[in-house]
Write a protein that binds this ligand. Structure first.
Ligand code: NAI
Length: 464
């Protein structure tokens, strides 16, 4: 006999646990099935551990550059084992907090793989063969790294991001295949810690989806710091000998390294989820098909997070979970506006943006006005020694030539992941440069560069 719940969630990552928490907050009884640990990829194999290692790289850089400030410090030495232990401490603390929160909210957690059958019944592959019935079901089974033929990960020479996060020693050299968010973050981190990195990207530019001016800053910085960046290259295969891997490229060249990191995207994970006895549909790439209320084709069954074909970001999973639960409750809701989602990439220099790139805005037929300001002219950026980067704001150009609503905010440089706040707020509030330009930015702060960029779009900038 199946245990009854208002909601059964399958998958305990950001999408799944957000659905469970939001539903319990609304008074629903909730069960959550998770085969591993609540927190999912983001907490255990993604955002959190990756950012920890990027912070390790940042500390390393700071100590290396201390002499410039008159602070005499020896050249730092990395002990990756200690950094890994610290990573685990941070992850475990967050994991403990999340488990406690779920318990306090009386969410019943079941460990095992959940399989959705007919009539909203989820069977858990635990010893008891637990059966759960939900008035509603949320599928939030996430994603796993995609691989490429001939580069099957073995955890030793061919790694995915999952493996890199568990390394005890730094490889002397690495080829990172794929220059998207994961590729750039890992290449940046490995390079800063002393690994000789070659970054291989199939498309003509790194970081697809980012504004071209931003990508140029990242590439220049990567190269200046000793990384080899090759774009427009496809990998053909690899051979291993004497503990090294030789990656063959389609142009006849090759790269020989200690380790290969494959970061060519993530695929949705629906393996073992069942669905055959349901009306839930899956597209040709394996993503579960949903409408803008996160409803699948099966009445009462929703899908959120990386398992649907939307940006694979934890905060998108949170937003989709809230939409799904509000739909169950019959409440008014705003579907997620994917064009206004904030993106943050934590490589060095950091990248943060929301809204359209200049090219995308022009391609969409907008008449645009654009302003760019470099951190080079920002006092705080010079003080902290991080003046590489810029802020770029794109606004609609009105027929009278004045700037209309802001269409895109793009940042690259120091702490821009923390600075994007007013950028995505202005975009989501459909603010104009006139609205934003009258706001006071404290001096001296990095945020002044955004202030100056919007002020310039009003036609009267102060500096430059
Ligand atoms: P991605 O889709 O962002 O980038 C993959 C890159 O690999 C693309 O640039 C693609 O052109 C390239 N590529 C594909 N096949 C290739 C091949 N055979 N040879 C060379 N290049 C090839 O995927 P990524 O970086 O693995 O990240 C997965 C997901 O996780 C993405 O949706 C990403 O946005 C998200 N993520 C977000 C982060 C953030 O926001 N800070 C951090 C890490 C991941």
């Amino acid at each position: 006999m199946a245990e009854e719940f208002d909601l059964v969630v399958v998958g305990g990552g950001p999408g799944g646990y957000a659905a469970a928490l939001y539903a319990s907050g609304a008074g629903m009884s909730v069960a959550l099935v998770e085969k591993d640990k609540v927190g999912g990829t983001c907490l255990h194999r993604g955002c959190i551990p990756a950012k920890h290692y990027l912070e390790t790289a940042s500390v390393f850089r700071t100590v290396s550059g201390a002499k410039e400030f008159g602070v005499q410090a020896d050249q730092p030495l990395l002990d990756l084992g200690i950094s890994r232990a610290r990573k685990q401490k941070v992850v475990d603390q967050l994991w403990k907090g999340l488990q406690g929160l779920m318990k306090r909210r009386k969410i019943k957690t079941f460990v095992g793989t959940g399989r959705l059958g007919a009539d909203h019944v989820v069977t858990v592959d635990d010893e008891a063969g637990t059966q759960l019935h939900g008035r509603h079901v949320v599928l939030a089974t996430g994603s796993v790294p995609r691989t490429i033929p001939g580069f099957e990960p073995d955890g030793s020479k061919i790694l995915t991001s999952d493996h890199v996060l568990e390394l005890d020693t730094l490889p002397a050299s690495a080829a990172v295949i794929g220059g998207g968010a994961i590729g750039c973050e890992f290449a940046s981190m490995l390079s800063d810690l002393g690994c000789d990195v070659t970054l291989l990207e199939a498309l003509p530019k790194l970081l697809p989806g980012c504004d071209a001016d931003v990508v140029d800053v990242v590439v220049k910085s990567f190269k200046r710091r000793g990384m080899t960046v090759r774009t427009g290259v496809t990998v053909e295969g690899q051979e291993q000998s004497n503990g090294q891997v030789t990656v063959r490229l389609a142009d006849g060249e090759s790269v020989t390294v200690d380790t290969v990191v494959v970061s060519v995207g993530r695929r949705p994970l629906t393996d073992g989820l069942g669905l055959e006895d349901t009306k839930v549909e899956v597209d040709e790439k394996g993503f579960i098909t949903v409408d803008n209320h996160q409803r699948t084709a099966e009445d009462g069954v929703y899908a959120v997070g990386d398992v649907v074909a939307t940006p694979q970001l934890a905060h998108v999973g949170f937003a989709e979970a809230i939409v799904a639960v509000r739909d169950m409750l019959g409440e008014a809701l705003e579907p997620v506006d994917y064009g206004k989602v904030p993106w943050c990439i934590y490589c060095h220099p950091e990248v943060a943006f929301a809204g359209m790139t200049e090219q995308a805005a022009r391609d969409a037929g907008h008449d645009v006005t654009v302003s760019k300001h470099s951190f080079n002219a920002n006092s705080r950026a010079l003080i902290i020694g991080e003046a590489e980067g810029l802020v770029k704001v794109i606004a609609e150009k009105r027929p009278d030539g004045k700037a209309g609503p802001i269409l895109g905010v793009h940042m690259v440089g120091p702490w821009v992941t923390e600075q994007l706040g007013e950028g995505w707020l202005s975009l989501n509030w459909e603010a104009t440069p006139d609205d934003m330009g009258q706001l006071i930015h404290p001096h001296p702060t990095l945020s002044e560069t955004f202030g100056e960029t919007v002020l310039t779009l009003t036609g009267r900038g102060l500096h430059g």
